[in-house]
Design a protein around this ligand. Structure first.
Ligand code: ITT
Length: 211
């Protein structure tokens, strides 16, 4: 099996990548590379942040590196929390605190605001410190009045994808992984990797090292 490095410290993302790419790749994240410190995210867009994370990690790891920058954009909050999704309620905020802040901000709006929202995910592919490509996925939906469900992570308990009544946190992982922004970005990623593979140097998608 081939090994694909995901430049993330978020174990929830890694689990989803493993579920999404599982049959084809052994997914490894930066827990296997403690020498790579978390990267400051100073970009203005998901693409800029994903690119910085992928380039930084790929300087120190051989092979292709994929970084994910993702978040929730709420229409009536002018796209917030957006690129600040992980730290909406402050640096090191817990998921519950971010969700609480989001519901508070919506509740403070008058007249009653639209609850339309979108999850977005940009994946950047880099090798040896150079960006190769970016791909993107998104999913539209609505924000609930209260958190519901115990699965998933982040804003999953308050996000209902369009056409459904259940939040991502109430759905089986397989269904979220069919509908989500990350799932859609991974479909595009797979396609890019498939086209690139014949032309990539041999070390790009590394064979899993023997135990
Ligand atoms: P890395 O930078 O190490 O990958 P991170 O959690 O800091 O981890 P981001 O900067 O991309 O990653 O922030 C993503 C945040 O967006 C995440 O912490 C959640 O709050 C939210 N988010 C992204 N995808 C999500 C999903 O599938 N379900 C729920 N919330 C999600």
């Amino acid at each position: 099996m081939q090994r694909l490095i995901i430049a993330t410290h978020n174990a929830h993302k890694t689990r989803e990548f493993a579920q999404l790419l599982g049959g084809e790749f052994k997914v490894v994240d930066l827990r296997a590379h403690p020498e790579i410190a978390p990267q400051a995210e100073n970009g203005q867009t998901f693409a800029e942040n994903a690119t910085t994370k992928a380039i930084n990690a790929s300087k120190n790891i051989s092979g292709l590196v994929i970084a994910d920058d993702s978040g929730l954009e709420v229409h009536s909050l002018s796209g917030a929390p957006g690129i600040f999704s992980a730290r909406y309620a402050g640096n090191n905020a817990k998921d519950e605190q971010n969700v609480e802040k989001l519901l508070r901000e919506l509740a403070a709006l008058s007249p009653t605001p639209s609850r339309r929202a979108r999850f977005r995910c940009v994946l950047a592919i880099a090798r040896r410190g150079k960006l190769i490509d970016t791909v993107e996925g998104s999913v539209e939906g609505n924000i609930t009045e209260e958190p519901r469900g115990a699965d998933g992570f982040g804003y999953d308990p308050v996000f209902v994808p369009a056409g459904f009544d259940h939040t991502f946190a109430e759905m089986p992982a397989e269904l979220k992984n069919h509908l989500s922004h990350r799932a859609r970005a991974v479909v595009a990623l797979r396609e890019r990797l498939r086209r690139m593979q014949p032309y990539l140097p041999n070390d790009s998608i590394s064979a899993e090292p023997p135990l």
